[in-house]
Design a protein around this ligand. Structure first.
Ligand code: GDP
Length: 298
């Protein structure tokens, strides 16, 4: 299916490593765990999460007195799935009006993800409005305008260099007036200046709260999956300045480092809500940890 083919590069390494592990060992011993550790780390699952997975697995193997390597494969999948469990969150966009802030540094795929999401929600019959609140770059406004045309949704944009909060103000009021289902705001993410970023987000959030207190809110951080462990570092940095409700992990089609999804969800306790597995509108998929792990192992 589409998920499996989108994850081809990650699966290529991972599946063959796992296959040779489970066919190469007949006994579950230290060497087995060592090789497993290497495979998980090579897939960018990260040292911390890998350690937790292996500790968990060892415990289960002991408890259940498992000797057969073949049984261990299922157990490993379950263990990874359990590591990825996060606190339940309400599913987004089923509320009357949702206001979504998209944050993330340049180049991670933020504008593309906003456009894809807008296109999908529109196709589901929802009324979507976009706010080009990344006023820092003219290119960002142009690009989002293109996506709004492609998706057939309205866009509220300000001038380059204008106040992002005033774009959000206009957009929130447009969303209210037009009874929109979802307002998606593309914001600038300049992490090198944390104080500015924090202030800008605070200002934007204050406006949404004041103008539209009854709206359902989401703050999604967009991360570039091809950067592997750096994506996790970035998520942690953003979590210091913003109240993140979900993660969008992009470009998983172009990388063998897809295991980063496991590391991020496991370490952040914030759900990965979407993954990007290509450049077309449909290549943004709702993330399901169980299906993701199944796709990696099959
Ligand atoms: P922004 O600066 O964060 O807004 O990033 P853009 O949305 O402009 O995306 C940067 C580049 O990444 C563009 O060329 C996008 O087409 C590409 N891109 C975004 N998401 C994906 C994805 O899931 N897969 C692939 N292959 N490319 C993507």
């Amino acid at each position: 299916d589409r998920l499996k083919s989108g994850l081809t590069k990650t699966r290529d390494n991972f599946v063959s490593g796992i296959d040779s592990l489970f066919s190469g060992f007949s006994e579950i011993d230290d060497d087995f765990y060592e090789e497993l550790e290497e495979i998980l780390i090579m897939a960018d699952i990260g040292v911390n999460t890998t350690d937790r997975i292996i500790e968990d697995l060892k415990e289960k193997v002991k408890e259940q007195k498992i000797k057969e390597v073949s049984v261990c494969r299922e157990l490993l999948m379950d263990t990874i799935k359990q590591q990825m469990q996060v606190d339940e969150t309400a599913y987004e966009f089923e509320h009357k009006t949702s206001v979504v802030l998209m944050i993330g540094v340049n180049g991670v795929g933020k504008t593309t993800s906003v456009g894809k999401l807008a296109g999908q929600l529109k196709a589901q019959g929802k009324k979507v409005i976009l706010a080009a609140a990344d006023t820092f770059r003219a290119a960002a406004i142009e690009q989002l305008t293109e996506w709004s045309n492609r998706a057939g949704v309205e866009i509220i944009a300000g001038q380059e260099g204008g106040d992002p909060a005033s774009v959000v103000f206009d957009a929130v009021n447009a969303a209210k007036a037009r009874k929109a289902d979802v307002l998606i705001c593309d914001t600038a993410g300049r992490l090198h200046n944390k104080k500015n970023l924090m202030e800008e987000l605070r200002k934007i959030n204050r406006i949404i709260e004041r103008e539209f207190p009854e709206a359902y809110r989401e703050t999604l951080i967009v991360l570039d999956g091809t950067t592997g462990q750096n994506a996790l570092v970035q998520a942690k940095q953003f979590a210091e300045v913003a109240d993140i409700s979900g993660i969008v992990l992009t470009k998983l089609d172009g990388t063998a480092r897809g295991g980063i999804a496991i590391a991020i969800q496991s370490e952040m306790n914030i759900p990965v809500k979407y993954i990007g597995i290509g450049e077309q509108i449909d290549d943004l998929q709702k993330f399901d940890a169980d299906k993701f792990v199944d796709a990696l192992f099959e």
